[in-house]
Design a protein around this ligand. Structure first.
Ligand code: BGC
Length: 713
């Protein structure tokens, strides 16, 4: 544990009774207005406004967010700790999602690395950089499970799997919390928005909530996350920002969470729109009573709750508990000791090297038919085409905080830096991202005609995913598909480089383009990392953290579904499938190619029978059967064959990145702790039931060697 982490997080554990008493005595000195003030959080617009400074002075603000730069946070903090009556320091929040100034891959992209250490490293770096600019609290990681690619915020999370999502949630919390506080969001079920429509209602059974949507939050809590953010959505009619079952029963009583809960932006006031409160005061009462401690941007707690407390409609102890959670957090963060928390950012070269390495790991090779990739840097003329080929803005993705387009290396620049003298790189934009104009096609086609290979860089604008960016169709926007077809019609081999924040559905490309590389939005080093992969300096090792459907009508489509009573059978019409499209995805969860091939043999389990307290070790021989060094992601899935209720056909339970030299074989070990094979039984209690578990070990959720063991009572 680093010194900072130690300072930050052991402070609370080591806090002496005297220190605890200090907070008690501080609470004892607070007026009701000052207490409600601590529960109030407002957004600034780069700088605190004069009105906000006045609130700070009056003790009516617990934190501010979107104050940018230490030159702006420091003077506000000075007002808080010198001019307010009780001198309580402020939290300074910001959405540092995948980088502060140095932008790393979007979280969904980074999840493709199946590398929690990488996620921890980028979160740590982002936290350090943000801290150097006065931030002490981020609204990340977003740990919402998403099974619907129409939902734009799928870009901000780790995809569809609770196990991968949990490991990444914990890793990111650990990373951020080396220097700043993290927030696991959005609690909970936000990713289940019906029809993928942003902010929409959700219908989640308690079992699915506990087995699919909640585990990444639990992992964040277990990793010591300081705060959780309550979500916008309702769950079967109960809004998450006024949901005592979530924020009190599960979070505090079952999980023992001692941090604080902040609402999402005006989500307390929105309880009125949900139709569960008839006035602002009633909305505030509902939020606070449910356990939402801090009110982001509604100003309801501070403006409307005092009268309800005085009339005992809100017990004072509820206010006191919320205030104490905020004060304890400030103490844990060290703000009472050092309100300004001066930090220095890691050196730029180090940040960029990390960004390039992790971006390289995040790229998924979807197709490489007859191996057009990697490219030969000496190949003669290379055409680089498309609206995203030389675009500096979009690789930053939907939520890039202080990221600057000028910091971005484009794919065109990356390609140019790779080719050897004598190889010409010709560029044509071809079209805009969403344009309907095809006037640029002729230039693109001419560029392709004179080239040995055409790299097309196509996809979405950064802000076509992220918040409030649901899409009802998932093809390439504008005329990009036609541009692709026009270039392909030249006969010049095409390499399609995709930039997007969600799975796209590209029926024509999947079938007709020989080489397809999914790069998501990779951040400032996008162009270098992409070129590293295109020319083979980096052998792609990314794997899909989310299913790619064939057609829109298959959504929602995810690998860990149940079997049904009539599992699909091509020879039987009356089974669970479509009459017009295969039931399988285009690219399954866990899928990704490499420039080498890996073969699997000799799967063995350490025991044929095991008790709940035991660990079963699977060993498998993985061989690099090609002639390039490469990294495989060995994945282990489990299926509970017979249980008291229907269980998923597969669930990811372990994985490991394994680097292998050509012809090298390695025995890879993956452990299954039997106690992790729980589910919620008929009585809604967590149980591991005796019986047979089938184990699959392979390179994706759709393949693998099989073995099984018996769980015995
Ligand atoms: C988003 C949150 C974000 C908050 C503060 C909201 O609109 O849903 O994810 O943290 O704004 O910027």
């Amino acid at each position: 544990m680093s010194r900072l982490c130690h300072t930050l997080f052991c402070a609370v554990l080591l806090a002496s009774p005297a220190a605890a008493q200090n907070l008690d005595s501080l609470l004892g000195r607070m007026t009701l207005a000052e207490k409600l003030g601590q529960l109030n959080l407002l957004s600034a617009n780069g700088q605190a406004s004069p009105q906000q400074l006045q609130l700070v002075r009056a003790g009516k603000l617990g934190g501010l967010f979107n104050v940018i730069g230490a030159e702006n946070t420091t003077p506000v903090q000075r007002v808080a700790v010198t001019e307010s009556r009780l001198k309580i320091p402020l939290l300074f929040g910001l959405d540092v999602i995948h980088g502060y100034r140095t932008i790393f891959p979007i979280p969904l992209g980074e999840a493709s690395s199946f590398d929690p250490d990488a996620a921890e490293a980028t979160a740590r770096a982002a936290g350090q950089e943000a801290a150097a600019f006065g931030i002490n609290w981020t609204y990340a990681p977003m740990v919402d499970i998403a099974r619907d690619p129409r939902w734009g915020r799928i870009a901000e999370g780790s995809g569809e799997d609770p196990y991968l999502g949990s490991l990444l949630a914990a890793a990111r919390v650990r990373g951020f919390q080396q220097t700043i506080f993290a927030t696991a969001k959005h609690f909970a079920g936000y990713g289940a928005a019906e029809a993928g429509r942003e902010y929409n209602e959700t219908e989640i059974s308690q079992r699915t909530m506990r087995e699919i949507y909640l585990p990444p939050f639990k992992a964040a809590v277990d990793a010591g996350v300081a705060s959780l953010m309550s979500a916008f959505n309702d769950i079967a009619g109960v809004p998450a920002s006024g949901n005592a079952w979530l924020t009190d029963t599960v979070l505090r009583r079952e999980w023992g969470f001692t941090g604080f809960v902040v609402s999402d932006w005006t989500s307390v006031a929105e309880l009125i729109n949900h139709g569960v409160a008839g006035s602002r005061a009633e909305a505030g009462r509902r939020g606070l009573m449910a356990g939402v401690d801090m009110d982001m941007q509604s100003s309801i707690y501070v403006d409307s709750l005092a009268a309800l407390v005085r009339s005992n409609r809100i017990p004072l102890r509820v206010v006191d508990s919320a205030v104490m959670r905020i004060l304890r957090a400030k103490k844990r963060l060290g703000l009472f000791r050092d309100p300004y928390r001066a930090h220095t950012a890691p050196p730029n070269a180090e940040l960029r090297a990390l960004a390039r390495r992790v971006a390289g790991e995040s790229i998924v090779l979807l197709k490489n038919e007859r191996s057009p990739l990697p490219l030969d840097p000496n190949a003669g003329t290379i055409a680089v085409i498309g609206p995203l080929a030389d675009n500096k803005e979009e690789p930053l993705g939907p939520w890039h905080t202080q990221g600057q387009a000028s910091d971005v290396v484009t794919v065109l620049q990356g390609v140019k830096s790779k080719v050897v003298a004598g190889t010409q790189v010709v560029y044509a934009q071809g079209s805009g991202i969403e344009d309907s104009a095809t006037a640029g096609f002729a230039e693109a086609v001419a560029a392709a005609r004179q080239a040995k290979v055409a790299i097309l860089v196509l996809g979405e604008r950064g802000d076509m995913s992220g918040e409030a960016a649901s899409r009802s169709s998932l093809g390439l926007p504008g005329v990009q598909e036609q541009l692709l077809e026009a270039v392909a019609a030249t006969g010049t081999p095409v390499v399609l480089v995709l930039m997007n924040g969600r799975p796209l559905i590209l029926e024509w490309a999947w079938d007709h383009v020989p080489a397809i590389v999914e790069t998501w939005f990779l951040g400032v080093e996008a162009g270098n990392a992409t070129a590293d992969v295109l020319f083979g300096a980096v052998n792609p090792s990314g794997r899909l953290p989310v299913t790619f459907p064939r057609v829109l009508g298959q959504i929602p489509l995810y690998y860990n579904h149940r079997n049904t009573g009539r599992p699909p059978d091509p020879n039987n019409k009356y089974t669970s499938k479509y009459i017009d499209v295969p039931v399988t995805p285009r690219y399954p969860f866990g899928f990704g190619l490499s420039y080498t091939t890996f073969s699997y043999s000799n799967l063995k389990l350490s025991a044929a029978r095991a008790r709940v307290a035991d660990t079963v070790t699977a060993t498998v021989t993985v061989t690099n059967a090609g002639n390039r060094e490469g990294t495989d992601v060995v994945q282990l899935y489990v299926r509970d064959e017979v249980a008291s209720l229907s269980r998923p056909v597969r669930e990811l339970k372990a994985f490991r990145r394994v680097a292998l030299r050509p012809a090298e074989s390695r025995t890879v070990e993956l452990r299954i702790a039997v106690r992790d094979l729980w589910f919620y039984g008929l009585d809604m209690k967590r149980v591991v039931e005796p019986g047979t578990f089938r184990v699959f070990v392979g390179p994706s959720s759709a393949e693998g060697l099989e073995a099984s063991f018996e769980c015995i009572p």
